[in-house]
Write a protein that binds this ligand. Structure first.
Ligand SMILES: [Fe+2]
Length: 293
């Protein structure tokens, strides 16, 4: 039994950067952003109360990665596996569960230092459609997008996510030119919900490289690309196509210091049994040229 989907991410953001972060989601991604009474911003991508939460904080950091599990039995089985891997697990309070719109949450820090929340979802109306491939629908389970985590010990983190949390390794980018090794992990129909990278490209273990959100149309991505300058958003990699999953996307730098990717299309994992693992020598078929570095 494994995790079902990447369901939410919570960031702490220093208050001076919150307005610019809000603009990115509202104007670049064109997603609804609601403001909570505590000043938190909730970014909606589908019917869920929030998929990304930006809380006013003392520093810019990723505060929680919410991995949804199917039910109570799945939660307890995964918690036992995490504890057996010598990672202490705590239970979130009712207040925290309410903030996350979750029924029950088990929290721990993964081997690379990332804050994980395994949780049981609070049922919600699925029908809201804001133009993102997100969550669960008729076509399958996709989650909110994907996340790339840098790890001091890549093999240790990879073993943890595969063997303890049950992720499926779909492929690898062995980018020798820059000594980067990227491992792509799937937990549903999305090609990857999580990618792990060694300490390369200036990343240190415990840092994220980027969060990717997926549009339902290529036009959304192209329009956002055209709007970057007008919105004062700093491009990080030009429009391009990835070698492994064939997603067309671009990358930009957020004011909070991490990058984000906006993409369209790409391979879907229909059947793990017939999936063929592959190793690619670089990340892109075309484009994705680094800029502003
Ligand atoms: Fe990505």
């Amino acid at each position: 039994m494994a995790v079902k989907q990447l369901a939410y991410i919570v960031f702490d953001i220093t208050p001076d950067k919150l307005p610019a972060m809000k603009d990115i989601f509202e104007k670049l991604y064109q997603a609804p952003v609601l403001q909570g009474s505590d000043g938190s911003l909730k970014v909606r991508l589908d019917g869920r109360d929030f998929r990304l939460m930006l809380r006013p904080g003392d520093s810019d950091r990723m505060a929680a990665v919410g991995w949804e599990v199917e039910d109570k039995a799945a939660l307890e089985k995964l918690v036992a596996a995490v504890e057996a891997a010598d990672l202490p697990v705590a239970r979130a309070s009712a207040e925290v569960c309410a903030q996350r719109s979750a029924q029950e949450i088990a929290t721990f820090t993964d081997p690379a230092g990332f804050p994980v929340e395994l949780f049981i979802e609070q049922p919600f109306e699925q029908k809201a459609d804001f133009g993102f491939v997100c969550g669960e629908g008729d076509n399958g389970v996709f989650g909110l997008g994907h996340l790339v985590q840098a790890c001091g010990d890549l093999q240790k983190a990879l073993s943890f996510y595969k063997e303890v949390l049950g992720f499926f390794e779909v492929d690898e980018i062995d980018w020798k030119e820059v000594n980067a090794d990227l491992r792509f992990l799937s937990c549903n129909n999305r090609h990857h919900s999580l990618a792990l990278i060694n300490e390369a490209l200036g990343l240190k273990g415990g840092q994220i490289d980027h969060v990717m959100l997926q549009a339902k149309s290529l036009e959304q991505v192209e329009r956002a690309y055209e709007a970057l300058d007008e919105l004062g958003v700093v491009l990080s990699q030009t429009l391009g196509e990835h070698s492994n999953d064939h997603v067309r996307s671009f990358y930009f730098l957020t004011p909070a210091g991490f990058r984000m990717e906006f993409g369209y299309g790409g391979k879907v994992v229909e059947d793990r049994d017939s999936w063929e693992f592959a190793v690619y020598p670089g990340p892109s078929n075309w484009g994705h040229e680094p800029v502003n570095v």
